[in-house]
Design a protein around this ligand. Structure first.
Ligand code: FES
Length: 126
């Protein structure tokens, strides 16, 4: 499946919100570097994090086992189911937050990575 990705740090700098309808259009027109915005394909056997790393991107992670939330991403469009047991608070999961080290999208998807510093995520994890 194909993933279009955007770095949350860029959003924070430019005051873009996850709820902006035209978020990925703004990103596409934003003159961003390939580290911050672009697309790649995820293979069947890979997690989203592994697919990003195969492209040469250094997305945040720590445990690689679904236990720390450093690798959190926000799914803006597409399906990315979680395993039945995961450590994300329900409220974050309901908002489309996923752990990129343990799952990958099942459909083409738009993903914001680096969301560990998203205020909503911080509030619920602290
Ligand atoms: Fe720790 Fe993904 S790297 S939960």
């Amino acid at each position: 499946v194909k993933v279009e990705y955007l770095n949350y740090e860029v959003m924070a700098d430019r005051l873009w919100e996850l709820t902006d309808d035209d978020l990925f259009e703004k990103a596409a027109d934003g003159g961003l570097s390939p580290e911050d915005y672009g697309e790649f394909y995820v293979r069947d056997s890979e997690s989203l994090l592994e697919a990003a790393e195969r492209q040469g991107y250094a997305w945040p992670f720590a445990c690689r086992g679904g236990a720390c939330t450093n690798c959190a991403v926000a799914v803006v469009e597409g399906e990315m189911p979680s395993p039945s047991s995961h450590i994300l608070p329900k409220e974050l999961h309901d908002r489309g937050i996923r752990l990129s080290c343990i799952v990958a999208p099942e459909t083409d998807a738009k993903i914001v990575y680096n969301v560990k510093n998203l205020p909503a995520v911080q509030d619920l994890l602290l």
